[in-house]
Design a protein around this ligand. Sequence first.
Ligand SMILES: [Zn+2]
Length: 113
Amino acid sequence: MWGEIVVSVSCHCENVVLEFAKLPSYIRDCDCPMCNRLGALWGDFLLSEVIVSSTIPTKTYEWGNGDYVMHHCPQCGCSTHYTPTQLAKNKEIVINLRMLARKELEQIPIDQA
Ligand SMILES: [Zn+2]
């Protein structure tokens, strides 16, 4: 049901692992107050395209109008992804692709939106 998993990224301590079939065609470098602080580069995925696993549950942070929840590892502190709440229009999971190796990351065009 998940299709073929070929990409796997994790936080630094490998507690949080995200697996998916293929890399997105572009990366979003979001210019909001939250993402500027995180230094994250985001990839958008359908919820059904990603498997998220963690031994210790992620810590979450909600801000703004509450349509998304940010997740980070409680052990190493890495910002790993954010997920939609019931308020979100787009039911996407968004992954911090800074967890990729630099060589892989540099092959994906960045959309400064
Ligand atoms: Zn971690």
